[in-house]
Design a protein around this ligand. Structure first.
Ligand code: NAD
Length: 336
């Protein structure tokens, strides 16, 4: 039995609590939140779970294996650092930290203490993203020329965090994974509409080695809900539309060049339905499996640090009106 404690019982933490409470071979032992009202609700729903407002209660429980952190972003570094120092395995929600430096400190600490450090890049555990990864690895899509993503909705409008930090970590983690590298530069344009100094909509262009581009469009002030990824490869193209009935389409479309002529290929479209469970349950199971086996998580600290560095340098671009900002290498290159 693997024992887990949860820190942060807000909107997203509630999903983690429900998932962990049902996970086979796992005991959700503690839920910690600074808000006693949130804990009252948890006690009613999960009477078997101990609740506390004191993080030290979890850190001092020598039989507790791992901790899931779904508190607000500015607290992630401190809480994760204390948990790793206390010898706990850690799964920290996105964004991992607010600076690349802090993300690297956590990654080094986890490496030195032989603890699991995982980041909540949920889409990496989505069956359709895993399927697209496989199509890239097996060559079915061919060489990936470029990709673009949209994460749009009306709300939740935040005042303490802009749309780039709130929404884009998922898209950056997917782009890094599918392109098998970290970007070399980032250019972000954004607009502050609802609150001064908080971008509600951001258009970002990430350049990857070889000149490949990924475009990310995030907004919480948009008339339609859209969660879309389009990957354009030399053999085939893929569209993942999470809001559509047909979520994945693989299109045999492209171009051929011969004797100076360009012809377009308009082939068949297939609609695979990849196997796999609910992404959060897959992610939670992966954390527990890594604790048990000592395996390195898919979304490990290094890949989390890469994502934070894109967020940080993208913020610099946003602050300077959309200039292209080079990204120094923050961690080891990501494996495809
Ligand atoms: N992976 C995903 O798909 C996904 C989706 C939504 C949110 N998130 C992330 O989850 C985290 C939480 O988001 P949310 O929407 O649930 O926020 P929220 O504001 O609804 O909840 C945060 C909770 O943390 C508690 N808290 C704050 N500081 C604390 C501390 N030091 N110790 C203990 N409890 C503390 C608050 O009282 C609150 O209950 C954020 O990092 C967010 O980016 C991830």
């Amino acid at each position: 039995m693997t024992t887990i404690g949860m820190i942060g019982a807000g909107r997203w933490g509630g999903n983690w609590i429900r998932t962990l409470a049902q996970l086979p071979g796992t005991q959700l032992r503690w839920v910690c939140d600074v808000s006693p009202t949130s804990l009252d609700k948890i006690r009613q729903q999960f009477p078997q779970v101990q609740t506390t407002t004191r993080l030290d209660d979890l850190l001092g429980d020598s039989t507790l294996d791992g901790i899931v952190i779904a508190t607000i972003a500015p607290t992630h570094f401190d809480v994760a650092h204390r948990a790793l120092t206390a010898g706990k395995h850690v799964m920290v929600e996105k964004p991992m930290t607010l600076t690349t430096k802090d993300a690297i400190i956590l990654t080094d600490l986890a490496r030195r203490t032989h603890r699991v450090l995982m980041v909540g890049h949920l889409l990496e555990y989505h069956p359709i993203i895993r399927h697209i990864r496989k199509m890239i690895e097996t060559g079915e899509l061919g060489e990936v020329y470029y990709l673009y993503q949209q994460r749009l909705n009306l709300g939740t409008i935040r005042a303490d965090e802009n749309a780039w930090w709130s929404l884009a970590p998922h898209d950056i983690s997917v782009a890094n994974r599918l392109l098998g590298a970290a970007p070399v530069s980032v250019q972000c344009r954004g607009q502050n509409i609802v609150n001064a100094n908080v971008a509600d909509v951001v258009f970002a262009a990430l350049e990857y080695p070889g000149g490949r581009l990924a475009h990310v469009h995030v907004s919480w002030l948009d008339p339609q809900k859209s969660r879309k990824l389009v990957v354009v490869g030399s053999r085939k193209m893929a569209i993942f539309d999470d809001a559509a009935e047909t979520k994945l389409m693989v299109l045999d479309k492209g171009f051929q060049k011969s004797d100076g002529f360009i012809t377009l290929r308009q082939g068949d479209t297939t609609t695979p339905i990849p196997d796999g469970g609910e992404p959060l349950a897959v992610e939670a199971q992966h954390f527990v499996d890594c604790i048990r086996t000592g395996a390195r998580p898919i979304s490990d600290g290094e890949s989390g640090a890469q994502v934070v560095s894109v967020l940080e340098y993208g913020q610099r671009s946003l602050d300077q009106g959309g200039i292209v900002v080079s990204i120094p290498r923050a961690a080891q290159p990501l494996a495809a």
